[in-house]
Design a protein around this ligand. Structure first.
Ligand code: NAD
Length: 428
């Protein structure tokens, strides 16, 4: 069985491991093991049937030494303070490794968004802002969409905040819709960012990208653009993608003898990343069970669905040809699988480096909001490529200098940057 760890215990464990490698002062470690501020609050909403329902909301600000806290707001039935704490902590490391001037935050509401109406969702979004507005802002804490929340919801939240402070303030939330203060390139950002790091890893390992094959888990936002990027930017082939089929309530792997064509699959996938099975089969796709993707003959493995799917059990089914694991998904590789990758000298691009393209483009969104001047998609993606390439190479240098695995190196780079920022600000 794959191991189950409380997310915050895991975040602290990872931190403690690297704090030891960095020989961090125990006092500084104590600061960074915990969030700086946590908000837990109740949001009353008048429901469509006239009843009053009270929802539990959270916001955690882990560390803002390098800049305003940054991180999504999740609407999830199983949300807990510990999950939000862990995700906020990981955001601090992600922003630092990408070298964007932001700290780490995360928020949430305990609710299954599919069980409430559009009006109730809007009330809930505005209610979250009504409680939190004094503690967020473009110079303070900038939330964004996450699991269960959408660009439209960010639009409502930004509107509520702007009304409360009495001025149009688009930079308070990112991930807004295009035309409503959003940035070009945000849709492609995370998937393309994954591919920029894969390209750099291939250069380092002296692999020929045009002869390379990738196998990808998922076919949602990240996987779609990772697949497109792997083919169109690197000239490689995609052996398989997979998805959770919302109709059949099980997952499937999709492959094709000529290789997967993500542009075609984009025409038959729904907004939740479920591929139209009958249409795919009619186009010659082979449909297998959901775990088959990991067994495909490939050079690059890209988990881009949900956490924990490359684990102690599944990792052993991976093709022995795999040279790179690029973690598009957050927490895609469990600590047990990590040990297997290390032992087999497989090059890992850790999640908070690999999928930092999304938050980097969110940062670009707030920069554009501040200037009230908007870049083209090419400009956004060009800047993203520069940032991701630099981030990858900083981590690779640390890994070679300290002779540590890429995940440890990424933590070392980011923790070191946050500690330096705290010291420069004279926090201790
Ligand atoms: P998404 O909801 O758009 O897509 C998720 C995909 O995974 C869908 O195709 C879904 O069918 C599939 N899936 C879900 N459960 C599955 C299962 N059991 N087996 C196989 N496939 C399954 O999500 P996304 O935005 O693409 O995010 C994917 C991962 O990347 C998540 O871990 C997310 O936290 C992480 N991430 C996303 C972004 C972003 O900008 N979208 C940024 C950073 C990290």
């Amino acid at each position: 069985m794959a191991e189950q760890l409380n997310a915050f215990d895991m975040a602290q464990k990872q931190f403690d491991h690297v704090a030891k490698l960095l020989k961090l002062d125990p006092g500084i470690s104590e600061v960074l093991r915990w969030p700086m501020r946590e908000y837990s609050f109740r949001i009353p909403v008048r429901m469509d049937d006239g009843s009053l329902r009270v929802f539990q909301g959270f916001r955690v600000q882990h560390n803002d030494a390098r800049g305003p806290n940054k991180g999504g707001i999740r609407f999830a039935a199983n949300e807990t303070m510990d999950t939000v704490r862990a995700l906020a902590t990981w955001m601090t490391w992600k922003c630092a490794v990408a070298d964007i001037p932001l700290g780490g935050g995360k928020g949430g509401i305990i609710v299954d968004p599919s069980t409430i109406s559009v009006r109730e969702k809007e009330e809930l979004c505005r209610g979250w802002v009504d409680v939190m507005w004094k503690n967020i802002g473009p110079r303070n804490d900038v939330p964004a969409p996450d699991v269960g929340t959408t660009p439209q919801m960010m639009g409502w939240m930004m509107d509520e905040y702007s009304k409360l402070v009495g001025q149009f303030t688009p930079g308070v939330f990112t991930g807004k819709p295009l035309g409503g203060g959003g940035s070009e390139g945000r849709t492609e950002a995370t998937g393309y960012g994954v591919i920029y790091t894969v390209r750099e890893a291939m250069k380092h390992l002296k692999m020929d990208s045009k002869k390379s094959v990738a196998t990808i888990e998922g076919f949602g936002n990240v996987a779609q653009y990772a697949a497109i990027g792997f083919i169109e930017m690197l000239g490689g082939k995609v052996a398989a993608v997979s998805c959770w089929d919302r109709n059949d309530k099980k997952s499937y792997t999709y492959s094709h003898k000529a290789g997967v064509d993500p542009r075609f699959l984009l025409t038959i996938v729904d907004e939740y990343g479920t591929i139209g099975k009958a249409k795919a089969e009619a186009a010659g796709y082979i449909v297998e069970d959901g775990e088959a993707w990991i067994t495909k003959e490939a050079d690059v493995l890209i988990p881009a669905a949900i956490e924990g799917h490359v684990n102690g059990d599944t990792v052993k089914k991976m093709s022995s040809r795999i040279k790179i694991v690029a973690e598009g998904a957050n927490g895609g590789v469990t600590p047990e699988a990590d040990e297997f990758l290390k032992a087999n000298k497989i090059f890992d691009i850790p999640d908070f480096l690999c999928n930092a393209g999304g938050v980097t483009t969110s940062y670009f969104e707030s920069v554009q909001n501040d200037m009230n001047y908007y870049w083209t998609k090419e400009e956004v993606l060009g800047r993203l490529d520069t940032k991701m390439t630099q981030a990858f190479n900083n981590v690779l240098e640390m890994s070679e200098k300290e002779k540590v695995y890429m995940r440890d190196a990424a933590y070392m780079v980011s923790i070191d940057r946050v500690v330096k920022a705290m010291q420069l600000r004279g926090w201790f």
